[in-house]
Design a protein around this ligand. Structure first.
Ligand code: NDP
Ligand code: 8X3
Length: 257
């Protein structure tokens, strides 16, 4: 039976690479995001290159009506969903708590926490009905340890960690796997979004650390999704070799070789 993966936030970064990895391996890949032009380009690129079917769904994870409509539409196109990757997310700003922009806080909480919940609420019943499935939640090293000025972003990712544990408990009876993948610093559009389009500042974050690449997270996701049926990686934290935690990292050039 052809397998189906649904990936939120697949228009760039981790989500886009995960889509490519699973498309290469013959999955039906459902890619989602707000940028319609990118979704169309990804569909044409992946279907041109690999023996796969790509379904595009344009919606904002913060809009619970749109989320329900999109997943209802998906259900008319596929009769099962094997994997959900809850990946859509962002940081907005990097300010100390007394200076934070409350619009940034709303944006992060609505996207990273409530958006993940809205999507899960629509997909989990499909999986419980099937009595199989795998939910992969993209957390962060920021799910495990806070860092200066990361306050609300870290809080949303701590919440993802809590939900990862909670989903595993709630869905245990149905044989549904739940995996949290918690990456450290990775060069995607993440910092460009966090710093609101400041390319120089975004590039500097990764300039000297030899960061994680989106393809690395795609490979790790593939590994987690392909364990024997009786095994589930519950929680996986991965950093580049120059990063030890949310607060300790060194320059690649300073690594003793
Ligand atoms: P990118 O900015 O490259 O990708 C983010 C994706 O999320 C885009 O496809 C974007 O699509 C989507 N997205 C954002 N907001 C919404 C929304 N409201 N509705 C629907 N889709 C949305 O960043 P990454 O690939 O780095 O980020 C992916 C996940 O990984 C995030 O959850 C992030 O917190 C997490 N992460 C990132 C790390 C890093 O260092 N890069 C490290 C650890 C975790 P569109 O704009 O088209 O809607
Ligand atoms: C993204 C990685 O260190 O910027 O979650 O929080 S970090």
């Amino acid at each position: 039976m052809n397998k189906t993966i649904l990936i939120t936030g697949a228009t760039s970064g981790f989500g886009k690479s995960i889509a490519e990895k699973f498309a290469q391996n013959g999955y039906t890949v459902c890619v989602t995001g707000r940028r319609t032009d990118r979704l169309a380009a990804i569909k044409s690129e992946l279907e041109g290159a690999y023996p796969c079917k790509v379904i595009t769904l344009e919606f904002d994870v913060r809009d619970k009506v749109a989320v329900k409509e999109a997943i209802d539409q998906l259900k008319t196109q596929v009769d099962h969903i094997d994997i959900l990757v809850n990946n859509a997310g962002l940081a907005s700003g990097l300010s100390s708590i007394e200076d934070g922009d409350t619009d940034d806080w709303d944006l992060m909480i609505d996207t990273n926490l409530k958006g993940l919940l809205y999507v899960t609420r629509q997909v989990a019943p499909v999986m419980t009905k099937q009595a199989y499935g795998h939910i992969i939640n993209i957390g962060s090293t920021a799910s495990k340890m806070v860092y200066k000025n990361g306050n609300v972003y870290c809080a949303t990712k701590f919440a993802v960690d809590a939900l990862n544990q909670a989903m595993r408990v709630d869905l245990l009876n149905y044989g549904i796997k739940v995996t949290g993948i918690n990456p450290g610093m990775a060069e995607t559009e993440f910092s460009l979004v966090r710093f609101k389009g400041d390319e120089e500042r975004a590039k500097n974050v990764y300039a000297e650390i030899n960061p994680i690449k989106p393809e690395d997270i795609a490979d790790i996701t593939w590994y987690c999704a392909n364990l024997p049926p009786h095994l589930c990686i519950n929680d996986l934290t991965v950093t580049c070799l120059t990063q030890a935690s949310s607060v300790y990292s060194i320059k690649e050039a300073d690594r003793i070789k």
